[in-house]
Design a protein around this ligand. Structure first.
Ligand code: ATP
Ligand code: MG
Length: 160
């Protein structure tokens, strides 16, 4: 299915904004107004973004800011989700996409989760010919970057 990624992202953030009120977390959107199309399974992309955004919320301090940014990187669309949370130590960064891996078991237990979210996210994004990786500074915050190929055909217009 071909989707307009900007409005897709806005709908997802709208849903999280309600939940975020509790923790006084604000979303900062850097999302294009003009339509940008990507070919994805929408339910799969929702699953990926739900996990990445809920991680950002779980590990953010009260009053923290979560930035959701979309930008063009050559043939790919890049979506970057940044938080101002505790960050991930360098030696753990490669492991967070492994099944059941959680940084610091004690800390992780208090926030809940199984450690599967990012492993599933990685599988789904690779299946879309995209990529997902982390950039983080321990104590300062985390950014998850996702790339997806642009849709280069006009199929979407026939599905209206
Ligand atoms: P699940 O997603 O299955 O409910 P989970 O959130 O613990 O559980 P993942 O989403 O796979 O599992 O994340 C793996 C681990 O990576 C987390 O337990 C956490 O330690 C670390 N992590 C992920 N995102 C962040 C983030 N934004 N800030 C800090 N640590 C993070
Ligand atoms: Mg998770």
């Amino acid at each position: 299915e071909i989707i307009n990624i900007g409005s897709f992202l806005n709908d997802i953030i709208d849903r999280f904004e309600m939940i975020a009120l509790d923790k006084k977390i604000r979303f900062n959107r850097k999302i294009a107004n003009s339509p940008v199309y990507v070919k994805v399974a929408p339910d799969k992309l929702t699953q990926v973004l739900d996990n990445v955004i809920s991680n950002a919320m779980k590990y953010s301090p009260e009053g923290g800011d979560i930035k959701v940014q979309m930008l063009q990187r050559g043939e790919h669309l890049q979506i970057s989700i940044s938080d101002q949370g505790m960050g991930i130590p360098r030696e753990s960064q490669a492991k967070i996409f492994d099944r059941f891996y959680r940084v610091d078991k004690a800390r992780a237990r208090s926030v809940g989760g199984t450690g599967l979210g990012l492993a599933i996210a990685r599988e789904l994004i690779l299946a879309h010919n995209g990529d997902i990786w982390v950039e983080s500074e321990y104590g300062k915050g985390t950014t998850i970057h996702i790339t997806l190929p642009f849709s280069n055909d006009q199929e979407g217009e026939h599905e209206l």
